[in-house]
Design a protein around this ligand. Structure first.
Ligand code: G6P
Length: 613
């Protein structure tokens, strides 16, 4: 969702901005723009559509300048068109601004500014903000920094912004509240971006701005960070751990496919150092730190959005099954607005790949206000959620660029398995021998995923048969029910086929009415504990001429014979099956989307990191 790039230094800014915008494409956007400052003139270019279209549009035009800002916009206020695209200029033409987030009091400000004679070309809240800063600057006779700080103190909402001023060509100012922003520090040059991916090839030294902080970046290499309360902060310069390769496609056609194939490695990384199967122990640092409080809790609440919510559903099954502590799972967007009951001895688990999802962040704040302990499970290191929670564990999946989450999901599930096992072991609700057995099996899961990946060609053939379908149904029981939901989400996200995930037994309460010879039904048929019931579900579908694609345990000839198509997974412990059954569903969605000509990595209307509610 909206990408920000800024540069000030000695090099040509344009190629740095354009490459940076291309690296941020994965976040999801519908228009793009850049502005460069040279010879006391802003050269501003904006286009609805892709970054490549913006690049084509600027061919032969003046793109010189060693200071500039660029933006990919995901529309909130106003349709995606050239005018609403960022950057926006103030009425005097002296200030340029890019913005990620939502200014909630923009309508009031717009009215006030209109009365003062300001006019607006776009429908955006961003154009209101840049003019508001200008008005504050003029009325208070303030310098740029003071004007920005004063104006931001009046702003309600969430933002990350970068501002340029024609009268201050040697300075770039960046501020954040609720939307991520990172500053890359080079030699006499600075980079600003929504995440580290546009920065990584130039410098590894970065400062993540905290909420309500702004950075003033000077061309001579000096920089300062202040709070919006005007307190100077000592910058915490960190070294990025990520490398360029991690954010490039590495020979795969799409990031999504690369990330599906990275799962064996990602799982190894998420387990590494946290588990000793031989001795039967698990150590999640955050859990150790708050162990007493976690063990004393009468209830856990899991909150998340999208794919992370599906991992949360699995968390409920795992924790209740293994540690016998009640768990509630809730969409963060519902949790934050429905006046939930939260006790001060509750433990709230917030799950987020990006660590920036606005609804999840807001849910965390509510839980903290009510004094619950908040534990984060995030992928992006240093992200807002990772910092806002009391304790947490990183999933260590590595950068996930494809909008449809794959390796982030499997590593979240790994973390939840470890969480549940660690609590269960401390509570004494599982035996050490059981724990050891599960841990040994967990260590073998990456190899088993590799076995499934070898069936890619066969899965592509199944995809071919069904790529023109209009609907899909996914059914699963127990641990496979959240996987059915996730499989359906993957398909609808990237192929735009309507798909629903259901607990298999619920089929007869509604979805069965949809089944005819046109309806492919993906059945996750690997749970031995519910085998007879799954067999009955398959028969119910077959009786209505539905087409069965079954995910089965290796060697299950009985279900293979009943299904139209079957994909085998190596057998494993039931609580670990989601780590295997999800993989063929990811591949199936991927191939169907490719065959339908969809933009797999950047599906329409979706954003990777949803920083607005
Ligand atoms: C967006 C993404 C999804 C993701 C969801 C939650 O909708 O497109 O893939 O599952 O946000 O994101 P999070 O970063 O909090 O896991």
């Amino acid at each position: 969702m909206c990408g920000i790039v800024g540069y000030i230094g000695t090099r040509d800014a344009y190629p740095i901005l354009m490459k940076g915008l291309a690296r941020l494409e994965y976040r999801g956007y519908d228009s793009a723009g850049v502005v460069l400052l040279s010879d006391h003139t802003f050269n501003l270019y904006k286009k609805a559509g892709k970054v490549s279209e913006l690049d084509a549009f600027t061919k032969g035009k003046n793109t010189s300048g060693t200071i500039g800002i660029g933006h990919t916009r995901w529309a909130t206020h106003g349709v995606p068109n050239d005018t609403n695209a960022h950057p926006h200029l103030s009425n005097s033409g002296k200030l340029a601004l890019i913005h990620n987030g939502i200014i909630e009091n923009y309508a009031t400000l717009k009215e006030q500014l209109t009365k003062k004679g300001y006019h607006f070309k776009s429908e955006t809240d961003t154009e209101v903000l840049v003019n508001f800063i200008e008005e504050v600057k003029i009325q208070g006779n303030l310098n740029l920094e003071d004007a920005i700080r004063t104006a931001l103190n009046e702003i309600i909402g969430a933002y990350a912004i970068v501002v340029m001023d024609i009268d201050n060509p040697d300075v770039l100012i960046a501020a954040r509240k609720g939307s991520p922003l990172v500053v890359g520090i080079g030699k006499n040059e600075f980079f600003v971006a929504s995440d580290a991916s546009p920065i990584i090839e130039y410098t590894k030294n970065v400062v993540y701005l905290d909420d309500k902080e702004y950075a003033v970046l000077h061309r001579n290499g000096d920089f300062t960070i202040h709070t919006l309360g005007n307190v100077q902060m000592t910058p915490f310069v960190q070294e990025l751990q990520m490398d360029l390769e991690a954010i490039e496609k590495g020979g795969f056609d799409h990031f999504m496919l690369k990330e599906i194939y990275e799962q064996p490695r990602a799982l190894v990384d998420s387990i590494r150092g946290r588990v000793n199967a031989e001795d039967g122990w698990i150590k999640l640092g955050g859990v150790e730190e708050y162990l007493n409080r976690i063990l004393k809790a009468n209830r856990y609440i899991i909150t998340a959005c999208g794919t992370s919510y599906h991992a949360g559903l699995l968390g409920e099954y795992l924790i209740e099954d293994l540690s016998r502590i009640p768990v509630e799972v809730e969409f963060a967007s519902e949790f934050r607005y429905r006046n939930p009951i939260i006790y001060n001895d509750d433990v709230v688990l917030a799950i987020s790949q990006s660590g920036e999802t606005a609804d999840t962040l807001a849910a965390i704040e509510i839980a903290k206000e009510r004094q619950a302990l908040v534990y984060g499970i995030c992928n992006v290191i240093g992200s807002s959620i990772a910092r806002a929670t009391h304790a947490g564990s990183y999933t260590h999946a590595g950068p996930e660029i494809g909008v449809a989450s794959t390796k982030a999901f499997s590593t979240q599930v790994v973390l939840l398995i470890l969480w549940a096992l660690q609590i269960a072991e401390k509570k004494g609700s599982i035996s050490t021998s059981y724990l050891r057995r599960i841990l040994f099996e967990l260590e073998s899961i990456p190899k088993k995923i590799e076995e499934i990946l070898k069936q890619n060609d066969a899965i592509r053939e199944i995809a071919y048969k069904f790529h023109n379908a209009e609907n899909f149904l996914y059914l699963g029981r127990g641990y496979n029910y959240p996987v059915a939901m996730e499989g359906a989400l993957k398909l609808k996200e990237i192929s735009y086929i309507h798909a629903e995930g259901y607990p298999a037994a619920e089929m007869k309460h509604g979805p069965i009415a949809l089944i005819d010879e046109q309806m492919p039904v993906v059945v996750l048929a690997t749970n031995e504990s519910a085998r007879e019931k799954i067999v009955s579900n398959i028969q119910e579908v077959k009786a209505r001429k539905g087409q069965i694609i079954a995910v089965i345990n290796e060697g299950d000839e009985e279900i293979r014979a009943m299904a139209d198509y079957a994909i085998e997974i190596p057998s494993t412990e039931e609580i670990l099956t989601p780590l295997l059954t999800v993989v063929p569903l990811q591949l199936l969605s991927y191939h169907i989307a490719v065959m339908r000509g969809a933009n797999v990595d950047q599906p329409r209307n979706l954003a990777k990191s949803v920083t607005v509610e």
